[in-house]
Design a protein. Sequence first.
Length: 409
Amino acid sequence: MSNATRILLALVVGLILGIVSADFSPVTANTLAAIADPIGTLWLHGLRMTIVPLVVALLITGIAQTAEAARAGRMAARTLVGIVGLMSFSAIMGAILTPTFLALFPMPAESAAALKAALGTAPAVGAVPPFGDIVRALVPTNPIAAASKDDILPLMIFTLVLAFAITRLELEPRRLLTIFFAALADALVIVIGWVLKLAPIGVFALAYVAGARSGAAAFGALLHYVLVVSSVGIVVGLFAYPVAVFSGRLPLGRFARSIAPVQALAISTQSSLACLPLMLQKSEELGVPESTAGLVLPMAVALLRVTGPAVNLAVALYVANWFGVTLGPVQWVIAIMVTVLTSMGAVSLPGQVSFFTSIAPICIAIGAPIEPLALLVAVETLPDIFRTLGNVQMDVALTTAVEAKSRAD
């Protein structure tokens, strides 16, 4: 049984036991919830302690990889521009689609209130700071203090400056620092892996508390979440078709028929890397030379997960909406910026690890709580199917677009 399956079972069993115990003996349920709550919170703290250093390490190594790719030649640079553009487009689409779906299909008020109460009190929502204060805070006077206070965007701006400065160093010191931060990221991923091994216990504890305090409303809330977030991923993934038609200059039917086997494999494996050999084959069938596909597709698999920014932002916005956190115009811009940066830095991570490292910084940046992520990761399996499906579609579409641009030149 995979760890994802164990986590999902822990969620379901915890919710059911919490609901049943609350019906039979509310006093006993409250006593057990008081014991389970700190256990779940302790597990969540274990995840949270890795987020800031891992985001810094991943952003630096991501910039280093991007710089190396840009040095690899004209086609690699063109692919890189396409990747950055698609990731930014994805984040913007997430910012548009999520509020739209929540307005059209709002979360049931009873479920939202019950589950919010079960997870703890909502964060205090104060007035939006003046624009000048926000701008002045973007450059930290003390990056260490920014990290300790979870000031994500100022910390990321400092990290970006440092990362670009590293790319200007001579080869040997540049490689030394890149290897250091890559090793730091790898070590932190191992720590997260250890914490995730305990996820069934932590999720069970938190689910029991949610079930005991919110009742059956928890199931309705989680189902609504899955539908909204999956819908965002589906819509963003569908943009692969116009990319292939208008930029790749392919007939719609031909592209759709060629990627159908890739889509089937993506659904069954939930892995873009596992689909790479088949994507190479289908790209060549679409008229992309092996030399082009052999360069562009591995870069796309390594650096591009087009549904990531949209779905990651959707999760954070869903939590913000859930807890009544209102975003001003500047907060929307900050949310999109943090989403793009964290998504590009975490593309090579396993799904459960990237779920926290990509979404928690967005939640922190916009003032939304990260506690709900501990429950939401348990139902990530279904949205992850649509994440992978959209990613492989866009990988092939980008490859055809790069080839079409190369032919035109």
